[in-house]
Design a protein around this ligand. Sequence first.
Ligand code: YYY
Ligand code: MG
Length: 153
Amino acid sequence: SHDERTFVMAKPDAVQRGLIGEIVSRIEGKGLKLVAGKFMRIDEELAHEHYGEHEGKPFFDGLVEFITSGPVFAMVWEGDDATRQVRRLMGATDARDAQPGTIRGDLGNDLGHNLIHGSDHEDEGANEREIDLFFDDEELLDWDRDASTWVYE
Ligand code: YYY
Ligand code: MG
């Protein structure tokens, strides 16, 4: 089905470096459909909820500090296999190891400052959970994009 939704976020380093447009553009160019977007700040509580799986790890405090350090651009994208497709566009977590051609591989140079978050496709339900955490139902737009008939068979 073409209606899988996934949560994506341009992190504070991407916002500061003026890379929101580049990140949106790469996902848009792949053929996914934008259904929500919000320029916002993540507070301490939301950071803890969002990154709950990493609580207790040595990098957790630094991760929370980083993600709350400035505005982020949160998004929901829809498409066939959307969660995994966005992960493929993102590249490996450590931007120093990410392949050229990926967002992190082309634009990033650090493990923590890796520009983009995308739901984990190996964590069942992570996409739904994160969308719920960041967006109200009415913020998710239901719309038909004519180009879909040219993206998918
Ligand atoms: O999903 P993804 O962002 O690719 O990686 P995660 O393993 O979920 O880690 C979340 C976030 O934490 C990662 O984007 C950078 C940071 N991080 C870190 O600073 N040091 C680590 N050893 C692992 C992850
Ligand atoms: Mg993750």
